[in-house]
Design a protein around this ligand. Sequence first.
Ligand SMILES: [Zn+2]
Length: 194
Amino acid sequence: MKFCHHCAAPLIVRVPEGDDKPRHCCNDCQSIFYQNPKNVVGTVPIYKNKVLLCKRAIQPRIGKWTLPAGFMENGESSLSGAIRETKEEAGATALTGENSLYTLFNLPAINQVYMFFRADLLDLNFNPGIESEATALFSEEEIPWSEIAFPVVKSTLEHYFLDSKSNHFPVRMFDVHHSLERDITIELISISKT
Ligand SMILES: [Zn+2]
């Protein structure tokens, strides 16, 4: 961010009065531009004992498999965003019941929060959207575990199939830590009792 969105003057980075963090500030019109984390929302779309995955047609992780997910839009809820992304990326209609929130990941290193919701597929009508090159259903044994695009997706899938054995799906929240060597560790922070 280099120029003010309101008056086009150059921005400078400084700590505004009463604040404790540097912000992009306009000295002409006094606007302050705050940058905050983005929410990524998606579903775990289930048909019988299988989960619907999308093969990514775009970077990052092109050619790897992922759950349908994407950035929330302004004016929508996290759940409706997840259902929208399932339609856009997999051409699938996701039906969510009560207590559909399943996993939440905080990724402070990249300023994102991921949320996945459990959903049932309405039917077997699904087709890759423009960001996917394929969509397919996988049982636990069939999942290409070494070809999963993102650690948060792999973690969600692992928990899903583990929880399926007891048909008990608590809500889990995790913090994702990125080391300087780019190693990623996922730390369980909380798990719901019901
Ligand atoms: Zn300005």
